[in-house]
Design a protein around this ligand. Sequence first.
Ligand code: HEM
Length: 497
Amino acid sequence: MSAPTPTLTTASGIPVADDQNSLSAGPRGPLLLQDFHLIEKLQHFNRERIPERVVHAKGSGAYGTFTVTHDIRRHTRAKLFAAVGQTTETFVRFSTVGGERGSADTERDPRGFAIRFYTEEGNWDLVGNNTPMFFIKDPIKFPDFVHTQKRCPHSNLKSPEMMFDFWSRAPESLHQLTMLFSNRGTPDGYRHMDGFGSHTFSLINDAGERVFCKWHLRTEQGIRNLSAAEAGRLAGEDPDYAQRDLFDAIARKDFPRWEVRVQVATEAELAAWEARTGWNPFDLTKVWPHADFPRHPVGILELNRNPENYHAEVEQVAFSPANIVPGLGFSPDKMLQGRLFAYHDAQLYRVGANHQQLPVNAPRCPVRNHQRDGAMAFSNGGAAQTYGVVAAGGTGTSGFGHGDAGWTLSGVAGRHDARGTEDDYTQAGNLFRLLPPSERQDLFDNLAGPLSRVSPETLARQLAHFDKADPAYGDGVRLALKARQGGAQSVGAGVNG
Ligand code: HEM
């Protein structure tokens, strides 16, 4: 005998007798207002969408585990690193940046690589990308930068002129731009790319000593990129290519893995490095070269469980760089400081005042605070009091805001314009010079696509930056532009193609 079909109910649990025929006056209608089930069904349907993320709207997620393989306790007291072999549950969301929720996975764009570690002392979110650097170094430019990546308000089209107008006036973007237009700008799905925390963060040990650090994730699947032509073809034929690849791999138990590594430096070591190179170690448009700061292995991240419900888990997950746990810390990086504000603020609007109570966001450890009420407060602190004891100085010496060594501040409070005073070219040139000849040619061709559609002024400004990074860079792009004019047009992919 087959199991009885479970009874359909309203959202209030009331059994529904008929879900296929509305309550009508006679067989032809009209319909009766008292058909609450019909009304509730239509009303809820009308409210199914929440606002998409203002950036990183298209994404894929999965649960996994982080396993410690190497002891870094001399640097951090964070409990997730307490013992080799210790595991922590994680949730990871990959994304493209500029496109809408339905946009193609293979567009030329950085990829988001956001990791949540559900630790016993709260959630640590490492909200990174697949690139170790970023386009800008001051958060005040972020809304403008993102506007250039989105649609033109007049035509509703993506605009290479807007993008390169911004980039050519912000030479600090050249390093990331070079990576974006190399083949790394079109990774072959999410499993075949590396991840980076990108910013400089801190580690704090039991003695309260701080070192600065950068996080890296090296794919164990090997780096694989799509050619611009292949990415363009897939954008039409299989816009959900990366979602399918990740979901299917996990479903067939081919679990993707990344080695987590960390670069570490004391404040004094960074000061000496800055004196030697001229690079600000807290500037997000720069990397810490591996030759100067080796990457030390820390653990393995494995993704091994698909979410059950895309909306509840992948759409409603709310990562924030401000979520760090005792033993980890921030740095003076201006971009990081801007992001510490931006995410929670975005999520109060996108998901709601109590988004941290949703299952995918709730920590796996007890929450005790004095925040109450607001829309959808479903674990509202029970009978516990809603205020702290005023005389108490806090709940302990090792939690947030206590027991961390500070860092040295210097300089005058004011608006500091870095243009013309910082070297935006050497690291971009170094990245260019690292590329083998065939990949340099791909870079030239990938850039020539959108650059063939910008104004002569913008083109001249951008070419001057390539020349300063390496004369061969500028020359290569000029030749690729000429080849396009001669009719040998390469196929572009995605938003910038
Ligand atoms: C000042 C600069 C930045 C600002 C103001 C900013 C702001 C935002 C906002 C508002 C969101 C949407 C959050 C949400 O609705 O849940 C977001 C998403 C995201 N951002 Fe940023 N962002 C900045 C720079 C960066 C950088 C440098 C990285 C990587 C190193 C990054 C990686 C991400 C990722 C991965 C997501 C998607 C997280 C997810 O999967 O839910 N962002 N950003």
